[in-house]
Design a protein around this ligand. Structure first.
Ligand code: SF4
Length: 490
């Protein structure tokens, strides 16, 4: 029998699903992208069937799992620090606890992880989570356990995730796994394998289940959602070998968006992450056609220089990217766009850097994720290119990129001053227990006094102030779930 344990944190109730009959305790924490957080909910579900309930207390856990990220060296250093912490707890408070590493760092290092980190008993790659019951049994018998086989089919579409630290309002739903785009700086294709998509029926069922539990928003997740293509299972790259019937009845990302939005008209739909070389205008039209698909696209570009884009194996030019941005704004009114940017990619000159700054001036992003280049072992860039841009130059260029983003971000946020926007209340504001926080369709966090409103409600908020990332205002009533999402005030 399932039971919901309610836990007060910051004035918002976090729900931990648990089974009364389960006696073992699982502590699981995640780092990196939303895919990792979504995968950890799959892992919790698989282990719930093996007698594990989740706990937030390390010192009482029988099994400690960390879902790791390998996107930059810093992310891996963070994991190694956590393992030191586990070591202390094991030594001082919990000698029987077993430790496992999941995710991209586990896939990158494989069995070497056991040699490098003695505290680790188990190494499991992103496609091997269904083997956890066997691996845990091996560890219980005192043996180390490793499974890092990448799959051609696995989408975990038949696993109902256990929502971890959930606010009960928003949830991730993974729709595709892996990535076939071999960007030269990126470790993901090596740690998450080839692209494969999930059966739309299982996606719609998971979403219907979330709606029945009161969730109000889903984010469709994938390393590259625009590459979503369901044709009965198997790798995207084998689509051409499929039967004519399979090809004729295949479901691409735009069609999936229409299906989800139409099936649940009162549910907000977001998605991440898009890729400029794969996104279609059909996706843009699907967003424009459905009120409940949010007017926001995360569209990583990484550099504004055509020469660097080529070195990165990004299959578009700056001009094609700018034309795409023009189409986004032409097709979707008031659409917000965010970016990923890398400073200091190998051979990057001052001129290339200026191209990045001028592209940002043209696009005027709402916000972004900006990092200095971090060489990743095994990638094409690491194998073929010297990491030749000095660290201080990388840092200076990164700061210049962040400065442009801060300025254009503020300009974009100021667009909402005096307007009224629809907001879904998610939680209490970090800064005040008298204020709610929630996002508008453009993904801006919006803060306003609680009054009598509640978490999970859609309210209309008049924006009176802003920072480059946050809107501040007053709630003026409930949303009728039909009218405009952003209203000009007279
Ligand atoms: S699109 Fe490029 S950057 Fe994104 S996950 Fe795939 S390989 Fe990595």
């Amino acid at each position: 029998m399932e039971k919901i344990i309610e836990e007060e944190k910051q004035g918002t109730t976090l729900k931990l699903e648990s089974k009364a009959s389960n006696t073992r305790k699982l502590f699981i924490e995640s780092y990196g992208c939303q895919m990792n957080f979504s995968d950890s909910e799959i892992v919790a579900s698989i282990l719930a069937k093996e007698g594990f309930n989740t706990t937030n207390r390390l010192e009482e856990a029988d099994l400690v799992l960390v879902n790791t990220c390998s996107i930059r060296d810093k992310a891996e250093q963070t994991v190694r620090k956590r393992l030191e912490k586990y070591n202390r707890v094991k030594r001082e408070q919990n000698p029987n606890m077993k430790v496992g590493v999941l995710g991209c760092m586990a896939e990158r290092l494989k069995a070497k992880f056991l040699e490098e980190e003695k505290i680790v008993d188990m190494v499991v790659g992103p496609d091997a989570y269904k083997d956890l019951p066997n691996l845990v049994a091996e560890v219980d018998e005192g043996r180390d356990a490793v499974n890092v086989i990448l799959s051609k089919e696995e989408t975990y579409g038949d696993i109902a995730p256990v929502r971890l630290n959930s606010n009960g309002v928003t949830a991730f739903v993974s729709i595709t796994r892996g990535c076939d785009n071999m960007c030269t700086f990126c470790v993901v294709p090596f740690t998450r394998g080839r692209e494969r998509s999930r059966d739309p029926q299982s996606i719609l069922e998971e979403i219907a289940d979330l709606v029945s539990k009161g969730f109000k928003e889903v984010t469709l997740l994938g390393q590259n959602v625009d590459s979503f293509l369901w044709y009965g299972g198997g790798l995207k790259k084998d689509f051409k070998k499929a039967s004519l019937m399979q090809q004729a009845t295949a479901v691409d990302f735009a069609q999936l968006l229409h299906m989800v939005a139409a099936a649940q008209p009162n549910l907000r739909v977001r998605f991440s992450t898009s890729n400029p070389q794969d996104i279609s205008d059909d996706v843009l039209h699907a967003i424009a056609q459905h009120r409940n698909i949010c007017n926001y696209i995360h569209l990583p570009v990484q550099s504004g220089s055509n020469r660097i884009l080529k070195e990165m194996n990004r299959l578009h030019t700056r001009e094609e990217y700018m034309a795409l941005i023009d189409r986004v704004h032409a097709i979707i009114p008031n659409c917000a766009v965010s970016q990923d940017m890398i400073s200091g990619f190998p051979t990057e000159t001052e001129e290339d850097h200026q191209d990045t700054l001028s592209l940002m001036e043209y696009v005027k992003y709402d916000y972004g994720f900006m990092f200095a280049y971090s060489e990743r072992p095994g990638t094409m860039a690491a194998r073929k290119m010297e990491d030749d841009v000095p660290e201080d130059v990388k840092k200076r260029r990164l700061n210049e990129i962040i400065d442009v983003q801060r300025r254009t971000g503020l300009e974009r946020a100021q667009f909402f001053l005096g307007k009224t926007v629809e907001v879904l209340i998610e939680k209490e504001s970090k800064r005040s227990d008298q204020h709610w926080a929630g996002r508008n369709t453009q993904n801006y966090m919006t803060i306003f006094p609680k009054d009598d409103y509640k978490v999970g409600e859609f309210v209309m908020v008049k924006v009176t102030d802003c920072t480059s990332a946050t809107l501040i205002g007053e709630a003026v009533g409930y949303s009728d779930m039909a009218g405009p999402l952003t209203i000009e005030n007279d």
